[in-house]
Write a protein that binds this ligand. Structure first.
Ligand code: UD1
Ligand code: MG
Length: 458
């Protein structure tokens, strides 16, 4: 039997109180729905996952157009049962249909594999959990033989039903032929006047279709995101899990509670990460690196023994071994640092290559530049790379010395070993191994009189 997966993601998410569709809210920097699709895509299936979308449909489809799925529209959001009904004609009759909810993003591949393999053929599988606090979830109602007979939504439950701790995760495995036959039998006679998918369980129980439940091992995996509070809880759980994984691989996290990953990260041995570090996108960190507190790395590669001091923002940058960066450095896209480069406080670099052992230690802006090896850029030296219309490059040869507060007006080239006097404004080529001074001569005027106060006219 083929496996078909349907992900329900058409709802608005009223309880989020947000203008953004719920499934577009991000967990670890990625939309909730994308998490579910990625997990579903790992399951062996000859079918692409089917996503039922609806609320803000154009935006959802546009923002997630990179996902390899079959999109099925639910124009009016009349409930989870109605949502699945829309996908009915896209589901092969001889399939087993795995139903997932787009707002339950932490469900893991391993848990789904186990669920699929433990659900007997021709029965309906349902994943449940016993929660210490079941508030908000549908409750599982069993008869005296412990057989599941129905699911009751919290809004429709009486007080004794509400005290049941076993909840519906929203993850089901249903034979395709049965699903197609029974979905049209649902009604919307309930507190929310919606077509509840959960009613299918009562219909199946009445028709003596075997219903098999699987308890989820880690209940956090089936936490749903219905409001901002739940989103924050799910995020923290996810982050703790990622932090644990890294610590098990040998990474030292000064405080795993204050560490965030929003992407794919590879970290070498003996790496120390201080508090409030955020790693986004694709981040690769070599061996023996140390990352100071309050630092953001987005799409960054670090070689071995790189030290990033506190409060740095580094994106789309490639940093080779033994560089020292920060505190308070900003490395923007296109920054490439060869080994042993030092970047100090309040230095901004963009689209520039800095070669081995060069130093830019204080208060500089280096944009669109190619800086040789063993160059020293003095405090406050900047490149003027933009003339208001075009960007121009600055080239600096090996071992050049750029004095404090130099202004390099691009396009401009500084020769190898050139020495630029402090305070210079450089507009033309500065030859190799020569001292170039580009500033007005200092002079002093005796008896200059000082400023005078204006006398008011009557
Ligand atoms: C649902 C279940 C509840 C379960 C809980 C688990 C029903 C009736 N209730 O409640 O038993 O404990 O999930 O998280 O199924 N959706 C559509 N179209 C719609 C309505 C919803 O596609 O018309 C989608 C939503 O986008 C969401 C998912 O279905 O991804 C679940 O909807 P939601 O409103 O969050 O249901 P819950 O109240 O959480
Ligand atoms: Mg929900």
């Amino acid at each position: 039997m083929v496996l078909a997966t349907v992900i329900l993601a058409a709802g608005q998410g009223k309880r989020m109180h947000s203008s953004l569709a719920k499934v577009l809210h991000c967990l670890a920097g990625k939309p909730l729905l994308e998490h579910v699709v990625q997990t579903a895509s790992k399951l062996y299936s000859s079918q692409l996952p089917i996503v039922v979308y609806g609320h803000q449909g154009d935006i959802v489809q546009h923002l997630l157009s990179h996902l390899n799925v079959v999109w099925v529209k639910q124009s009016q959001q009349l409930g989870t049962g109605h949502a699945l009904l829309q996908a009915s004609s896209s589901i092969p009759t001889d399939s087993h249909v795995l139903v997932l909810y787009g707002d339950v993003p932490l469900i893991s591949y391993e848990t789904l594999k186990n669920f699929i393999s433990t659900t007997p053929a021709h029965s309906i599988g349902i994943m449940t959990a016993n929660l210490p606090d079941p508030t908000g979830f549908g409750r599982i109602i069993r008869d005296k033989h412990h057989h599941i007979i129905r699911i009751v939504e919290e809004k429709d439950a009486n007080s004794s039903e509400q005290s049941i701790n076993e909840i519906n995760s929203g993850i089901y495995l249903i034979p395709g032929d049965y699903l197609k036959k029974s979905l049209p039998k649902m009604t919307n006679k309930n507190a929310q006047q919606e077509y509840y998918l959960t009613d299918l369980i009562a219909i199946a129980a009445e028709e003596n279709i075997p219903i098999h439940s699987t308890q989820v091992l880690h209940y956090q995996e089936i936490l749903g995101v219905n409001d901002q509070l739940q989103l924050a809880k799910v995020e923290r759980y996810y982050q703790c899990r990622m932090a644990e994984k890294l610590m098990c691989q040998g990474v030292t996290l000064r405080d795993p509670q204050r560490f965030d990953i929003r992407g794919d990260v590879t970290i070498g041995r003996d790496v120390i990460i201080d508090v409030n570090v955020i790693l986004e996108g694709h981040v690769k960190i070599g061996n023996q690196c140390s990352i100071g507190p309050n630092t953001l790395l987005r799409n960054v590669t670090l070689g071995d023994k790189v030290t990033i001091k506190s409060n740095c923002v580094i994106e789309d940058a490639d940093i080779e071994s033994e560089c020292i960066i920060g505190p308070f450095a900003r490395l923007r896209p296109g920054t490439r640092l060869a080994s042993h480069v030092h970047i100090g406080n309040f230095v901004e670099i963009k689209n520039s290559a800095i070669h081995q052992s060069s130093k830019i230690n204080h208060l500089s802006y280096i944009g669109d530049s190619d800086i040789g090896a063993q160059v020293n850029i003095g405090a406050g030296a900047i490149t003027c790379n933009y003339d208001g219309i075009n960007k121009h490059r600055t080239l600096i040869g090996n071992q050049a010395f750029i004095g404090t507060n130099t202004t390099l007006i691009a396009p401009v080239e500084i020769g190898e070993g050139a020495y630029i006097a402090a305070g210079s404004t450089i507009t033309r080529h500065a030859p190799a191994h020569q001292l170039t001074i580009g500033r007005a001569k200092q002079r002093s005027i005796e008896n200059w009189g000082g400023p005078k106060k204006k006398v008011k006219e009557e």
